[in-house]
Ligand binder design. Structure first.
Ligand SMILES: Nc1nc2c(ncn2[C@@H]2O[C@H](COP(=O)(O)OP(=O)(O)OP(=O)(O)O)[C@@H](O)[C@H]2O)c(=O)[nH]1
Ligand SMILES: [Mg+2]
Length: 375
């Protein structure tokens, strides 16, 4: 045999042997030979904690998430009685000392007079109230000081009973309420409080920043407007306040607003030119017949009897339909309410009893008397 033939024979034998070995291995696997069982699945490593969300990127929650903190409970309604502590401390202190006595004598009358004067009821109103009380006490044959104090309480409530304390609204829209008063009495804060109340009642409220005297005044009103959800119309610093009112009227009409509350710069009631400026504002509002429903004089209760002088002057210049008595929470002079109504015939419609938007209450004579006497 030649060399190549021998080589071919060898290669053939080798291939045949390899095929036989491969066939043998395949048979042994199929028949369930001794191969190792498959390894159990390796335990899953714990998931890494989710990375914190990027600041400023808000991921949409997969489903509603309960707030982590319970919502703040709604604030309790502010009560005049709770806020008139200083006046009560003085007044109720006096009259309370009378009730334990045996009989009514001159001292009793003197002390009642002193209590009324200390609460800033004023001399004319105090004299009239006590004269009426003598008549009532005689008619009812009252001999006990405690009963006399009860009678005085009833006298005060009766004295305040007849006034119309509602805030009026016109037939058309918007109704305008104008706020006037000397510097720092609480005009802007009162507007904010009232706006919050009216918006809460479902009204659309526009505020006119007609205090153009200081830029900060319009900023203050705009800040409040933002806080309570009102629209504000403002002008440039030093602009004519009348033009701001004019623009605000148009804006309120255009937006079909229910109410336009007009803030004005504080002014001394003795400054003729400033009072004339107020008259001009009023004339501009009056161009739309029936719109101006309230001119509210804001008085700071802590100024006491001086408020009466202011009120008389503002009433003469612009006509005042009602008083908002502010800062009653910080004074013992709450009796000024009686003097305002008796001397000027202007109803106290609202009372400010603090600095937050909730601290405005309608004036209620019975509640006022309770607050005064500590009932
Ligand atoms: N304690 C208390 N503070 C009040 C009340 N009303 C207003 N104030 C505070 O009195 C200060 C003056 O209030 P404003 O509303 O700015 O007074 P204003 O009349 O608008 O002042 P001008 O615009 O400068 O004339 C502020 O510090 C108010 O928080 C109130 O009823 N009680
Ligand atoms: Mg102001």
């Amino acid at each position: 045999m030649s060399g190549p033939v021998i080589l071919l024979v060898f290669v053939g034998i080798f291939l045949l042997a390899a095929a036989l070995i491969a066939l043998g291995l395949g048979l042994s696997r199929r028949s369930g030979g001794t191969t190792a069982p498959p390894a159990p699945p390796a335990p899953r490593p714990p998931a890494p904690p989710a990375p914190p969300p990027e600041v400023g990127v808000e991921a949409p929650p997969a489903e509603p998430v309960a707030p982590s903190e319970p919502a703040a409970p709604p604030r309790e309604k502010v009560r005049l009685r709770d806020r008139l502590g200083k006046t009560r401390a003085v007044f109720a202190g006096y009259v309370g000392s009378l009730t334990g006595r045996g009989a009514i004598d001159d001292d009793t009358w003197d002390e009642l007079e002193e209590a009324l004067l200390l609460a800033d009821v004023g001399v004319p109103t105090t004299t009239r109230l006590l004269d009426d009380l003598r008549e009532r006490a005689a008619a009812a044959k009252v001999t006990d000081p405690g009963a006399l104090v009860d009678l005085l309480r009833a006298e005060i409530v009766d004295d305040l009973a007849d006034a119309d304390r509602s805030l009026h609204e016109g037939e058309g829209k918007p109704t305008v309420w104008l706020f006037v008063g000397v510097n720092g009495v609480g005009k802007t804060t009162t507007i904010a409080k009232l706006a919050q109340r009216e918006i809460g009642d479902g009204r659309h409220v526009v505020l006119a920043a007609s205090d153009t005297f200081r830029a900060a005044a319009a900023d203050q009103l705009a800040h409040w407007a933002d806080r309570v959800g009102a629209t504000v119309v403002r002008g440039q610093e030093g602009a004519d306040p009348g033009s701001v009112v004019f623009d605000a009227m148009s804006a309120a009409e255009g937006r079909d607003a229910d109410l336009l509350l007009v803030d004005t710069a504080g002014r001394m009631h003795t400054k003729v030119n400033l009072m004339q400026e107020l008259e001009k504002i009023r004339r501009i509002i009056d161009r739309r017949a029936g719109a101006l429903q309230e001119v509210l004089l804001v008085l700071d209760a802590t100024t006491g009897q001086n408020g009466l002088v202011q009120a008389a002057q503002f009433a003469e210049s612009v006509g005042v339909t009602g008083v908002v008595l502010t800062k009653l929470d910080g004074t013992a002079k709450g009796g000024i309410v009686l003097a305002i109504e008796a001397d000027l015939g202007i109803p106290v419609k609202l009372v400010g009893v603090g600095e937050s938007p909730d601290d405005l209450v309608p004036f209620d004579p019975a509640e006022f008397a309770d607050a005064l006497f500590g009932a």
